[in-house]
Design a protein around this ligand. Structure first.
Ligand SMILES: Nc1nc2c(c(=O)[nH]1)N[C@H]1C(S)=C(S)[C@@H](COP(=O)(O)OP(=O)(O)OC[C@H]3O[C@@H](n4cnc5c(=O)[nH]c(N)nc54)[C@H](O)[C@@H]3O)O[C@H]1N2
Ligand SMILES: Nc1nc2c(c(=O)[nH]1)N[C@H]1C(S)=C(S)[C@@H](COP(=O)(O)OP(=O)(O)OC[C@H]3O[C@@H](n4cnc5c(=O)[nH]c(N)nc54)[C@H](O)[C@@H]3O)O[C@H]1N2
Ligand code: SF4
Ligand SMILES: [Mo]
Length: 687
């Protein structure tokens, strides 16, 4: 493909998005001129989002990094000089070696996430390198750790309704997810259900694009979802809408749950959530009377102090009504039916220190500034921590440490890369070979290079192969080709869903469907300790968590029951979810995507604005004890009074202070050591 100047070539979207679309790249004179959805892909069906339709803006952006560079200015200043790959690899390996020798290998830390979802590059050759080096390990819990852990207490594994079935649902509840922007093919499937009469309910803290599309929007206070779920359960039990036969056969703990939810009366739940009593009853009636209700549990509601419990509570609902038994009924948080052989890919056996120090990625600022055993070197790839990690002022102070040796591998000079000692240019996914699974649908994809690398850029696999070989590690392990790695990844996975997914099949078909045979008996052998849906979880009890779904307030500094009563100093709840045209902080530097989002804004309720003399379009200062940013006020009744919203992970850019994570906390969630981005409080004033 790479050598063909013209034609249409298969590809896969590499972004951290559940849809993992099949793409077709149109090439003219050796350049990609158009990116479209593959019409033959059963989920994509030819439709892709605006972000990726404009992917050529990113791939051929004039500011793409072309060659390795060494810092010549101060950290953060962004001044670099060109060096060769040989020099870069030599400098990195000699620094890493001397740091490991003097201070121990665990003073070196990788920092990565899923800027490119290719498994070989982020869960493959990179891991081999850090394992062989004996580096500290990064706990990668910035995205969905809290909610996934909460779900697993109830259901055992991150497996729920399969996407295609949801078109058969007669009620779809989108709970804390902005699927119009973040999971567009679920919207397509829900539209099919809607044509057959399904109703769409959206439960969110603001009237996002999805709420505007749905039939009924229920706004609530941030972090109060457990209370709402418990209120619904109260009504279901009280009005005889619980499915006794289902609960007997498939669940444990339903008697205890029935007693427990008696105290969550609609009156009490209304006070906690801001949802009127009548609406709580109406929601429960809708849910209880539906035949096949599907709940899409988004990522947003779990970015809270008690986000794990929110997902845990909601995941109990379909077990009370038995919607699981109907096609399309049930719920989904994320789907991990696919898996690969991680031992073969990551080679944990290469470690001399099998239990290394673990650093939580949400606390990277604190770790850099305060770790007892200082972090002396970092290699950042597929992530932009200065923008995406919480408490970003602290992260920035950490990266500014003069005695820290930092390498950043990226396509662009991000806010993070400006703090690097060595910056390395990364290939885009269309320039490399890699393997992609989806965390929502059932197709596994292969990407092979469609265009030649831009400048001297290298893929993650190439970078870590070079580093491993320069360190003198086993040339067989560090010399493996991507194809050899894929074969290893697909062998002995012990996962029956992976039957038939082979390199040959992928090379021939580009994407291969999982073998979904085991899904038919999914409910009969859940991987929970009891083998059933656990409404009461002894594991949670043993871990000091409430064994039954229980509401706890999510607001910083406040331990009462009513979230509207936040502190006097910071009275507004601040929620900062992603926007439509960026993918986390990716695309925040492409002009086309920027223009579509206009500018970083603060959505504020008219009551809260009036109290502060804030008018539409004003520049406002938003601050708390962690720092301050400037945003443009947008006055709207999209949320309940007391909540303010800023969408999108903008970079700071020239002289601007606009990163929302300046204001977010690095506290960890109740479960899974996850991020608590949306449990922040702030004050606002006119500039
Ligand atoms: N366009 C676009 N698509 C993306 C991304 C992107 O940045 N842009 N990011 C990708 C990634 S990495 C992820 S994890 C997913 C995330 O996508 P989603 O699962 O949709 O999650 P979020 O967009 O983080 O949040 C969804 C909604 O939850 C709301 N919310 C916040 N707090 C609460 C709460 O306490 N209760 C309730 N009910 N709602 C709450 C937010 O306001 C937001 O409207 O999207 C992926 N897709
Ligand atoms: N306030 C707030 N903060 C959030 C969120 C939120 O909703 N609100 N969302 C959180 C969530 S859910 C997530 S998942 C995280 C996401 O955080 P990140 O995973 O850090 O996501 P991105 O901002 O997209 O940064 C990815 C970087 O990888 C680079 N990259 C892309 N491809 C490659 C490659 O092949 N090789 C290398 N070396 N680099 C590559 C991109 O250019 C980009 O700079 O952010 C979290 N932060
Ligand atoms: S970002 Fe999501 S919706 Fe857009 S092309 Fe990629 S996988 Fe598809
Ligand atoms: Mo995420």
């Amino acid at each position: 493909m790479i050598n063909q100047e013209n034609g249409v070539f298969p590809a896969v979207c590499p972004l951290d998005c559940p849809d993992t679309c099949g793409l077709l790249l149109h090439k003219e004179n050796g350049k990609i001129v158009k990116v479209v959805g593959n019409p033959d892909h059963p989920i994509t069906k030819g439709a892709i989002c605006n972000k990726v339709r404009n992917m050529t803006e990113r791939v051929y952006h004039p500011e793409r990094l072309q060659y390795p560079m060494r810092r010549v200015g101060a950290k953060g200043e962004g001044k670099f000089e060109q060096i060769s790959w040989d020099e870069a690899i030599g400098e990195i390996t000699s620094k890493f070696s001397s740091i490991a020798e003097t201070y121990g290998s665990e003073s070196i830390l990788p920092y990565s996430f899923y800027g490119n979802m290719g498994i070989l590059g982020v869960d493959g050759m990179d891991r081999r390198f850090f394992n062989a080096l004996g580096a500290s390990m990064l706990e990668q819990t910035i995205c969905n750790a809290a909610g996934n852990t909460g779900w697993k207490y109830t259901m055992g594994a991150n497996q729920g309704t399969i996407p295609e079935d949801t078109e058969h649902a007669d009620l779809i509840i989108v709970w804390g997810g902005n699927i119009v922007s973040t999971n567009m093919h679920q919207v397509v499937l829900a539209e099919k259900a809607r044509k057959k009469g399904a109703q769409i309910v959206v439960i969110d803290v603001h009237r996002n694009r999805t709420a505007q599309w749905g039939d009924w929007f229920i706004p609530l206070y941030p972090g109060t979802d457990s209370a709402l779920a418990l209120g619904v359960m109260h009504v279901l039990f009280e009005r005889g809408m619980a499915n006794e036969a289902f609960m007997q056969k498939y669940t444990v703990g339903h008697e205890a749950l029935r007693d427990h939810v008696q105290s969550y009366t609609p009156e009490r739940v209304a006070r906690i959530t801001g949802v009127p009593e009548a609406d709580i009853v109406k929601l429960a009636e809708l849910y209880g009377k539906a035949n096949a209700a599907h709940i899409h549990i988004g990522n947003g509601l779990q970015h809270h102090d008690h986000g794990g419990m929110s997902v845990r509570s909601i995941s109990c609902l379909p077990a009370i009504t038995g919607h699981w038994l109907q096609r399309g009924g049930g719920a989904v948080r994320t789907n991990s039916y696919a898996s690969t052989n991680s031992n073969a890919l990551e080679r944990p056996d290469l470690r001399h220190n099998p239990e290394p120090r673990v650093v939580n990625m949400n606390r990277i600022g604190e770790a850099l500034l305060e770790a007892e055993q200082p972090i002396r070197a970092m290699l950042v790839y597929c992530s932009n921590p200065l923008v995406v990690a919480p408490d970003s002022e602290r992260v920035e102070r950490g990266f500014a440490r003069e005695d820290l040796f930092t390498v950043v591998h990226d396509l662009f000079m991000t806010d993070t890369a400006k703090y690097a000692d060595i910056v390395l240019p990364a290939k885009s996914s269309f320039e490399a070979t890699d393997l992609y699974t989806s965390y929502w649908h059932q197709y596994v994809h292969l990407q092979e290079p469609v265009i030649a690398p831009i400048g001297e850029s290298k893929s993650n696999v190439e970078l870590f192969s070079l580093l491993g070989q320069a360190m003198g590690y086993d040339p067989e392990i560090f010399g493996e080709t991507p194809e050899q790695m894929i074969e290893a990844a697909l062998q002995n996975t012990d996962n029956p869903y992976m039957n038939g997914v082979t390199l040959e099949a992928l090379q021939e078909q580009r994407f291969v469907k999982l073998d979904m045979t085991p899904y038919d008996s999914y409910l009969d052998r859940l991987p929970t300790p009891s083998g059933k849906i656990e409404l009461y979880s002894e594991t949670m009890e043993q871990r000091g968590l409430p064994p039954l779904p229980t509401y706890r307030t999510s607001l910083e500094g406040y331990d009462g029951e009513r979230p509207a009563s936040v502190t006097d100093e910071y009275p507004l709840m601040f929620v900062s979810p992603p926007n439509h045209n960026f993918l986390n902080s990716s695309f925040a530097n492409t002009q086309k995507h920027q223009r579509l989002e206009k500018m970083p804004m603060l959505q504020i309720h008219p009551e809260d604005a009036a109290r502060r003399n804030v008018e539409e379009g004003d520049t406002v200062l938003v601050w708390n004890e962690r720092g301050q940013i400037e945003l443009t006020a947008k006055i709207t009744e999209a949320m309940l009074p007391g909540t303010v919203i800023s969408q999108g992970l903008w970079w700071d850019g020239e002289g601007k202070k606009q990163r929302v994570n300046t204001l977010t906390s690095n506290r960890l969630s109740d479960m899974g050591n996850g991020a608590t981005f949306f449990s922040a409080t702030v004050e606002v004033k006119r500039q």
